[in-house]
Design a protein around this ligand. Structure first.
Ligand SMILES: O=C1O[C@H](COP(=O)(O)O)[C@@H](O)[C@H](O)[C@H]1O
Length: 240
């Protein structure tokens, strides 16, 4: 059973805690599917951005079997490593293998990665491609690293102020950060926080501690900056 706590005192978020990761995956998938179905009913299409990394595979598998009009859904990524889809580090590869299956194989995927010599050139191509879509996002699903990064807003990113600029006109930005490994492409914070439904999916005691610490007063980690910038409380889904 989910434990829900509206936490107006500690921050701009609602907490949804689950006993197991399986329970979280199926409940969260049903919530996301409901928001996508509502978007389709209201506007004839739905626009979803998901994160990569190690956390979302179970949630993706549960979402892929939800009975909605997937042919009317566009799926993109919150962020991507500057690697082709053949790489094991590719978030597009994870989405293809885990989400764009079953009923969700009818969705249209728009990648962030484009082959280019420099990531700056790839970011320009991705920015132009993404701008053609119907913003704002209906659903944005964020992840979080134990350093408090979300999307590719790494604390040591050279252009962190530009990534987190709430007035940014950019859709996609390149990221260089020593802690990230390879360079990244990311949606700007400005495009993420305008999503109609904004969720954070985290699992494990360490991430819970990172989240709790980020909500305490003090210098803001990127996850805190995003939560504070969101017009609506961010929905946090967590399981041990
Ligand atoms: O680098 C990334 O990390 C975060 C968190 O990943 P996880 O492996 O700890 O689940 C993820 O949200 C982001 O999309 C990814 O590029």
């Amino acid at each position: 059973m989910a434990r829900k706590q509206l936490s107006g005192m500690k921050g701009n978020f609602s907490w949804h805690g689950f006993a197991t990761r399986d329970e979280l995956a199926s409940a969260f998938a049903a919530v996301v599917a409901r928001h996508l179905a509502e978007a389709i009913a209201e506007r004839g299409a739905a626009f979803l951005a998901v994160s990569g990394g190690t956390t979302p595979a179970k949630f993706f598998a549960a979402l892929s079997t939800q009975a909605i009009a997937w042919e009317k859904v566009v799926v993109t990524l919150i962020d991507e490593r500057f690697v082709p889809a053949t790489s094991e580090r590719s978030n597009a590869r994870l989405v293809d293998a885990s989400l764009l299956q079953n009923a969700a194989s009818r969705a249209r995927f728009v990648p962030l990665y484009h082959e280019a010599e420099k990531i700056e050139a790839a970011a320009v191509v991705a920015d132009a491609a993404l701008r053609r879509l119907a913003w704002p996002l209906d659903v944005a699903v964020l992840g979080m690293g134990n350093d408090g990064h979300t999307a590719s807003f790494f604390p040591d990113a050279a252009n962190l102020p530009a990534l987190l600029d709430p007035a940014s006109q950019r859709t996609i930005l390149p990221v260089h950060a020593a802690s990230a490994g390879e360079p990244r492409l990311t949606l700007s914070m400005a495009r993420i926080v305008e999503a109609r439904f904004l969720a954070l999916h985290i699992e494990g005691a360490e991430k819970r501690a990172t989240f709790d610490a980020a909500m305490e007063p003090g210098p803001a980690k990127p996850i805190r900056t995003v939560i504070d910038a969101s017009a609506k409380p961010i929905e946090v889904f967590w399981a041990p």
